[in-house]
Every structure is written in C-alpha cells, then in structure tokens.
Design a protein around this ligand. Sequence first.
Ligand code: SF4
Length: 420
Amino acid sequence: MAADLATLAEPYAARLRRADTLAEPGAPGEMRLQALWRDGRLPAGLALPDGTPLEVLDPGRWNRGPGPDFLGALLSFGGAIRRGDVELHLRPADWDAHGHAADPAYAGVILHVTWAPAPEAKTLPPAVPTLALRPFAGRGGPLALDALPGPDAPAPRPCRARLEAEPGARDRLLAAAGAHRLLAKSRAFAQALRVGDPFQAFYEGLLAAMGYGRNAAPFRRLAREVPFARLEGLPSLRRLAVLAGVGGLLGEDRRALWDLWWGSGFPPPLRPYAWDFRAMRPQNHPFRRLAGAVGVLHHAGALLDLPLDGLPKALSEASRTLCAALALKGAPIGANRANAIVTNLFVPYRIALGTLGAEHLRDLPGEDVSQPMREAWHRLSGALDGLPGDGLRQQGLLQIHADFCANPALSCARCPLAGE
Ligand code: SF4
C-alpha cells in the first residue's frame, strides 16, 4: 500500500530533490547574520511583528563561547531602552531545536533575531520578541539581499503563476506534498516495526501526543520507562496506576491508585519527571491526559481498524472511557486534537503496517488551520480564504512551507515549484 502512496508523492519528491541543488549561494548562514549584527549593517526601519520600532544602539559583545550570541546589547524598543543579550538563528524554531529554553544561560535574552519569519518557536519566552530580517531585505541599507522576498512582497509568487496555468495543478501538488509528508512520518514507524515490539512505537507516539507539545518529552520518557509489553494483560485501572505512579503523578487524593501501583512492582523513577504545570488548567493536567491515553489503549485494536472519517470521533470517545470511571469530566482528546492525532499517529502507523493506502487519504480529516498553512496557501493561491479543509492537502501546505517557503537557503527565484 505504501507503494501507491509513493507514486502519489513522487512528483513532489522530485521537486524537493531539485531544491537540494538550487540552494541559494547568497542566502545568509548563521555566522553571516552574526557578522551583520555585529557590524550594525542592518536595514533601516526595523520593527517587531507588532509594529514596535526597533533600534540597535549597541549590538553587544560577540560571544564565541557557550550562551547567547551577543551579550549586553543596548536596544530601543519604541523608545524604551533595554540592555540584555541577543540570540540569532536562521529560523525562529531553531530556538526550540537548540534547547535554549531549558538553559539558564539564555535567561537574559531580550531579543531573538532570525532570518526567516517561520516556522515559529514554541519554547521562546513570551516576553522575548522575535525580529525576522528577511521581510526587511531589499528596503535599502547595507543588507542588500533583494533577491530574497519577504512575505509581504507585492508581486505574486512565481509558483502561483505556474500552478494557475494548468487546471488542477495546485490540487495535485498539494496532494503529492501531503502524501510525501505522511510517508516520511510513516518511515519512523516502519523502522520501529522492523526492530522491536510493533505496538511500542504506536504507544510512545500516543503518549507523546497527549503531552500536547509542552509535556511531550516526559510523556515519551514514561512510555520508554514503562514499555507497553509490561502493561499488556493488565486492566486499564492498573495500567493507569503504574504509569501515573512511575511518572510521579499520584498524590494523597489518589490513594487507591497509589496502592495499586505500589503493589505492582514498578519502582519509582531514579530522577523525577520534568512535567510542565505552568498556568495549566485542571482539564489539561498530565494525569487526566494519561487517563485518556489509557482509555485509547484499551480500544486501540478496534480504532486501528476504523475508516478514517469516523476515527476522530471514536478516538475522542475512547479517551473519555476511563475518565468517566474516575469521575473526571469531559474528553481529554477534543475534536481538533483527535484530528491531529489521527493525521500524525494513526495514519503514519497504518501506512507502516500496510493497512492504509492512497485511496483512503481523501477521507483524512482537517486540523486547526495554522499560520504556516495560511502563509503557504496565500503564496500558492494569492487568497486569504478558501484553504483546503481536508487533512491530506493541509499536510501538503505544511510540507511546502517547511521545504520551500521557510527554507532560508532558497528564494522564490530559485524555487523548484516555480518552474520546470
Ligand atoms: S518559495 Fe517556492 S513555493 Fe514558496 S512562495 Fe516562493 S515560489 Fe512559491
């Protein structure tokens, strides 16, 4: 079944292979960005995304060791003068990838400077603004990178003209890019299926998804420290007791579960789990999410056989089964989250198992529309509304955005989606 998906994805994969040969020599690397910042060779009229004018009074001391790239910079945020550190990256999400949020050396950062405006950072402290330079390129000043257009460039993107010249071309491209993305996700599962317990990878993915981003890491650690093989055969309540006990999520108010865990022979962890409880509403507590995951695990066999169009609702209902038994109100997996879990977990896993092919993907439900989806759609179509509602084409938008539009080494002029 993966073969027909690969056929669907191939036109996109071919364009992507060309991108590797077309990376723009003039696109700035991180060192070049740092040199521009150090020398003050920045365009005029810099402003933060909310419109606050930004003036660099002193770029700070270039730090070539561990910690932020520039220390002790003096900046004017709309007239308010602040001194602090500055970190530079090519893309905002590099902040997450480099793990700066967990490093106290970065606590003094007052500005995050990037080349591209996306993909956005998820762990950047809300008080630290991001200044993306690419939208200012070509507006004069010494940062003369006119060939790299910003998202507000007035001219239509070249991909749009090409796609509009051929009926159905945009639709086919989005489907191919979506299939490419789902196939790529399925490869991690396929690898896990070859080397270990076939269900362990699904179980890990499910628990990580219940972390909703900020608690994904401790949830994934829990799934590895309590592998599914050790839970098999246990009733759901005992599974929850073990997972919550090992994860340090049981308090005095859950004495019965504590006793179940204590009698199970699973020891406490050697080091505590790093749950993030900041500003957390009770319904988002990891214990409740864990109860939802255990409910889903109980019904996993049936859920993995369901057609995609009915799966999100069934998934949401399965997540509430154990919660109902514990008098926890509501469904830990709401409608939008269920769609995302189907797309990012069930579909890739079933592709890897060989039980899902290209013909099933037209029923893939759509997720919440995100900023990268909006931006890619606007570039490809020139429209702000009318985004595809189905999951396959939404995945295609995300893939095109990541591979081409937010690729700091590639400009529209050199984009493989713009020409032959
Ligand atoms: S980078 Fe490529 S896909 Fe993105 S807007 Fe430019 S031409 Fe279109």
